[in-house]
Design a protein around this ligand. Structure first.
Ligand code: AVI
Length: 323
């Protein structure tokens, strides 16, 4: 269950402490233990993620931005005029700005975002930059069902935008469900433009998720700080260490918090025991090849229409259409 606080016409769907507690107890009761990565993004977690995107090892953001810039004319030609752009996430950044500025006369923009404040910030900024584009924000969890608003001017087609390789933070079945939801939301003539980080030298991948300045470690451990504050757990932040390893056979970075000693953690009146060295899974970041992306899309009834990569082949923008 989510909290639903109405203010200024937008409902805030941030998860309630009861929902977080239920998810955490379920994850800690599993073997191996796990915590949901979606809870990384409180205010401090979002600020730390912003800092990650500026670390020299974390090439993803800068590469995707440059790729979008380099291929904008091709993207605009493939989409055509008068699109309704729907973004999964708050879209307050440079990528959205580039897309809205580069497309041929988009009629409307809909960010779909669970945090009302992030949504308001995004719409205020983009609305000022693009007064001719109708802003139609939706406060919703994009992993669940939600209704798309209907623009005042009829769009020629709907374009779903899901940048950042955020798809990679969902497991196989979840990402197929997400892609299927996009296909349904965009309709028969719709398109989806998705940013995907590509398989590469494990040393570069592991460096990206273990930056020398320790920002990613801080980001991961902030999850425990958030849980302590919001659901009253007593994780000892000094008792766990961040570890991110590239599992080549699964083509994904697997991030764990490793218990540094035997310890117990109390959550919601229950006690969970950790052995020394025990790993708690907190995030996956799937990496892709053109073939694996096409196979994933096919499972959701989507086909690859175009595949753009940077010159080094580090990152891709995949354009998908109903198969
Ligand atoms: C948001 N997401 C795509 C990031 C990623 O690369 O998986 C989150 C992240 N986790 C650690 N570093 C960045």
């Amino acid at each position: 269950m989510s909290g639903a606080v109405e203010r200024g016409g937008l409902v805030d769907l941030q998860p309630t402490p009861a929902r977080i507690l239920a998810d955490v107890v379920q994850g800690l009761s599993a073997t191996p233990k796990r915590l949901p990565s979606k809870y990384f993004y409180d205010a401090r977690g979002s600020a730390l993620f912003e800092r990650i995107t500026r670390q020299p090892e974390y090439y993803l953001t800068a590469t995707e931005l440059a790729l979008l810039q380099a291929r904008m004319a091709d993207i605009a030609a493939a989409i055509g005029a008068g699109a309704h752009v729907v973004e999964y996430g708050s879209g307050s950044g440079r990528k959205t700005e580039l897309l809205l500025g580069g497309l041929d006369a988009p009629v409307a923009y809909t960010p779909v975002e669970i945090s009302r404040s992030a949504l308001e910030h995004s719409v205020a900024r983009l609305g000022a930059l693009f007064p001719e584009i109708e802003m139609l924000p939706v406060c919703a969890d994009f992993t669940g069902p939600f209704a798309l608003p209907v623009p005042a001017r009829a769009p020629a087609r709907t374009l779903l935008f899901f940048p950042g390789s955020t798809l990679g933070n969902f497991d196989g079945p979840q990402s197929v469900a997400l892609l299927r939801g996009m296909r349904d939301a965009a309709g028969a003539d719709g398109r989806a433009l998705i940013g995907l980080d590509l398989d590469k030298d494990p040393r570069r991948l592991e460096a990206a998720y273990n930056d020398a300045a320790g920002v990613t470690a801080e980001f991961t451990l902030n999850l425990l700080a958030r849980l302590n504050r919001e659901i009253g757990s007593d994780f000892d932040l000094g008792g766990f260490a961040h570890r991110a390893v590239y599992a080549r056979e699964r083509m994904r970075i697997e991030t764990d918090l490793v218990s540094l000693r035997a310890q117990t953690v109390r959550v919601g009146g229950r006690t969970f025991a950790f052995a020394p060295g025990e790993a708690m899974a907190v995030e996956i970041s799937q990496k892709y090849t053109r073939d694996s992306a096409a196979a994933l899309a096919a499972q959701a009834g989507l086909a690859l229409r175009a595949w753009w990569t940077d010159p080094q082949g580090d990152f891709a923008l995949a354009l998908l259409a109903p198969a």
